[in-house]
Ligand binder design. Structure first.
Ligand SMILES: *Cc1c(COP(=O)(O)O)cnc(C)c1O
Length: 395
């Protein structure tokens, strides 16, 4: 049986280049970057090289890059930090969207309990925030706008530069969770007026547990972890040297091949859409144009998402119904509900996220196994019978 990994939005395999680059930092270059002797200084130089690589990938300065344990930590730091700065000036209003990652939404919920108010912007049927809505929502009390760069479930890419411009003009801080975008879409934090940006290594072939926050010069966020002088004293703790080295290598590699990868990956993704759209009672979730190259997201009526995933797994296909973080709960994804899908439709969702490691054969295999699985699930589903009966009545 074939094995097809099509869940690259959940995590990616570490690339051989990254593996090769990080091994020496676990063996001969094991020093603590803060130590003054040679093995320490070799590690220190490697950390600073990676910081420069991350900065280059974003159009930032290396002093603006702070390593974190990943995307969730960077999101928490940016949002809580901006909220704390705002509160000092009596500004306790934040703006975000309804379909952010839980690292953002749960931070917002916690802040609401602490007395902040939060506006959750609509993302409409196409899964895209409207810049004019951001503009209208900003008040004198607003201390932060945070809108994700690209959605992790339906892949829609947001008008980040326009939102950035509005925030800059209004003097409001702008953060973006770019975890799904970095390495896949060209980003320039200066051109796009981004004040803070979160990224995570394991979404683009670096290791898990490493990420970064870009925080523009002059914006002094409160320290996240008190202790030593690492990360300019703002996030103490001995650096994850192998993780950081791998992050630098991975981001450089992805940015060097970005257009070429996007072309290949989006062609595979479109082939999937074309094939799967032939299945009756199916729909594509989110805008088809402003979309991550590798994101496929569809709903199949009369199908239960979890069963669909299990049956795909039996056929060797790794897929997801929404985000890995919500699986295990029976509620339909907040993302699919935010674009107006009914609960029963949202339950039948399938996300496939393609990477440059996938092939046409992978796609054709998915298209071979998917339709019979859906037929089989529908044949066992009372919901499907109900859908067909309702249609008969209408005709
Ligand atoms: C994966 C993901 C995160 C979380 O990143 P971790 O490094 O796993 O903490 C945050 N936001 C988005 C959009 C993601 O896809």
């Amino acid at each position: 049986m074939r094995f097809v990994y099509a869940d690259n939005a959940a995590t990616t395999p570490v690339s051989p280049k990254v593996v090769e680059a990080i091994i020496p930092y676990m063996t001969e270059h094991y020093g603590n970057p803060s130590s003054l002797y040679e093995v320490g200084q070799v590690a220190h130089k490697a950390v600073e090289k990676a910081r420069q690589q991350v900065a280059d990938a974003l159009g930032a300065d290396s002093k603006e890059i702070f390593f974190t344990s990943g995307g969730s930590e960077a999101d928490n730091w940016a949002i809580r930090g901006a909220a704390a700065l705002g509160a000092k000036k009596g500004k306790k209003h934040l703006i975000t969207s309804k379909f952010e990652h839980h690292a953002v939404l749960h931070t917002m919920a916690a802040l609401e309990k602490e007395g902040f108010t939060v506006t959750y912007l609509d993302v409409y049927e196409n899964g895209i925030v409207r810049p004019e809505d951001v503009e209208k929502a900003i008040t004198d009390e607003t201390c932060l706008v945070t809108i994700m760069y690209a959605n992790n479930e339906i892949g829609t890419v947001q008008p980040i530069a326009e939102i950035g411009k509005i925030c800059r003009d209004k003097g409001v801080l702008f953060h973006t969770d770019a975890v799904q975008a970095v390495g896949h879409i060209r980003i320039d934090v200066k051109e796009q007026n981004i004040d803070m940006l979160s990224l995570s290594g394991h979404k683009f072939h670096a290791t898990k547990g490493i990420g970064a926050l870009y925080c523009k010069k002059g914006l002094r966020l409160p320290n996240l972890i008190e202790g030593g002088a690492q990360e300019s004293g703002r996030r103490a703790g001995t650096e994850n040297v192998p993780g950081i080295v791998g992050l630098g290598v991975a981001i450089t590699d992805m940015c060097e091949h970005l257009e070429e990868n996007a072309k290949k990956v989006s062609a595979l993704r479109d082939r999937l859409f074309e094939g799967a759209s032939k299945i009756s009672h199916s729909r594509i979730n989110g805008d088809t144009e402003h979309r991550l190259p590798g994101n496929f997201s569809m709903c199949f009526e009369g199908v239960e998402g979890e069963s669909l995933l299990l049956m795909l797994d039996f056929k060797g296909v790794c897929a997801s119904s929404g985000s890995a973080c919500t699986s295990g709960s029976l509620d339909p994804s907040h993302v699919l509900l935010s674009i107006g899908l009914k609960h029963e439709v949202a339950h039948g969702s399938l996300r496939l996220s393609i990477s440059e490691n996938n092939t046409e054969e992978d796609v054709d295999y998915i298209l071979e196994v998917l339709p019979p699985i859906i037929d089989r699930l529908r044949s066992m589903s009372p919901l499907w019978d109900h859908i067909l009966e309702e249609e008969k009545e209408l005709n």
